[in-house]
Ligand binder design. Structure first.
Ligand code: DAH
Length: 353
């Protein structure tokens, strides 16, 4: 049929016949893309319906009303049919996806026998190996901490925003001392200093908690690794050399390190350490905000107030500390674009590492 024929109004019975064909064709279409194409053909701008409607203007008033109404009703029935067909096909397409993704955990043949360590654990163990190789001990601390260890002994001011209920998970223990889920691994520094065994070379990896909404770059529960060194005459140069050593051990020699002035209450002077962006290797991209550098963590020379709070004489001892996110480091090394993948436990993700 050429479109010219339809500029004429429909002949008696023609709308009905077209509706019958349309109904059959809609019912026999079996995928969404074909349905879309068919809808365009049946009801679109160049469809018989559209052309017939255009012809109405040339009709006498009575005919125009009657034929117009006939067209509208037929069109509405065809459209209703299309929508129910669309719902059916969409449900079928979803079902195909669900079946394709199904993993039968009771099928011991199809599921892999042995698992392996999570990427974050693998990276933590690599970091531990690097530091043990440099003579550090591996330390541990509680995840439910007191405000004293998490903030006060670390020289964090009383009114610091990090202390607020909005940023930290406080625990309703009923004790006079406030407890919270530690927001950083830095409180382990204080616990180590309190032991009074010096010199001290230690790292403390572990879980930390913040009241953050999960997104591509944040999780409310994540992992940090803290480092602390206290000895005679420790300098900023020792700190810079240490940072450089473990960055090279983890990322290889192609990745450079730099320190930038920053502020942390527990160190003075303080710095943020950055590494060459692993995505663009320094040329600038979206991930690094076109700077070519990515922040990995914080560090500095331990503030005398922190040493004093733990009973260490700052006149006799000095030290440095650093802390950074293990998950963050893993993301950068493996170019993972969404940190939430670490907690989704999708085997297709986990088995890549
Ligand atoms: N605790 C800091 C944080 O969570 C990181 C940090 C910065 C740790 C400087 C340090 C340090 O030991 O010296 O953001």
């Amino acid at each position: 049929m050429s479109s010219m024929e339809h500029v004429a109004p429909p002949q008696p019975g023609e709308v009905g016949a077209f509706e019958t064909t349309a109904t059959e064709r809609v019912a026999s279409v079996d995928d969404l893309a074909s349905l879309d194409a068919l809808v365009a053909e049946l009801t679109g701008k160049r469809s018989p319906f559209a052309l017939w409607k255009r012809s109405l203007g040339g009709l006498a008033h009575g005919d125009r009303r009657a034929i117009g109404q006939e067209l509208n009703e037929a069109l509405a029935r065809v459209e209703a049919l299309v929508e129910s067909r669309r719902a059916l096909l969409a449900a079928a397409a979803r079902e195909v996806l669900v079946v394709a993704d199904r993993l039968d955990l009771t099928d011991v043949v199809a599921t892999p026998g042995a698992g392996h360590l999570h990427l974050v654990t693998q990276v933590r163990e690599e970091l531990e190996d690097v530091f043990v190789g440099m003579g550090y001990e591996i330390a541990d601390g509680p995840e439910a901490e007191t405000e004293w260890y998490n903030f006060t002994a670390l020289n964090v001011p009383r009114d610091h925003p990090a202390r607020s209920m909005q940023d930290s998970f406080y625990l309703a223990t009923g004790d006079r001392e406030s407890y919270l889920l530690r927001t950083q691994t830095s409180p382990v520094q204080v616990r180590l200093l309190e032991r009074g065994t010096l010199p001290l070379y230690a790292i403390a990896p572990g879980r930390v908690y913040r009241r953050d909404t999960a997104d591509a770059r944040h999780l409310p529960v994540f992992h940090q690794i803290e480092g602390i060194v206290v000895d005679r005459d420790v300098t900023f140069g020792d700190l810079a050399g240490t940072v450089e050593t473990f960055v090279t051990a983890i990322f290889g020699t192609g990745i450079a390190t730099r320190l930038r002035p920053a502020y942390f209450p527990f160190t003075e002077p303080s710095a943020e350490f950055e590494i060459t962006c692993t995505i663009c290797t320094g040329s600038g991209c979206r991930t690094c905000g076109q700077t070519g550098w990515i922040e990995l963590g914080g560090c500095g020379l331990i503030h005398p107030a922190v040493l004093e709070a733990s009973g260490v004489d700052p006149e006799r001892w000095s030290g440095f500390a650093f802390g950074f996110g293990i998950d963050r480091l893993a993301i950068m090394r493996h170019e993972i674009d969404d940190i939430r993948s670490f907690v989704e436990n999708d085997v297709r993700f986990l088995t890549q590492f």
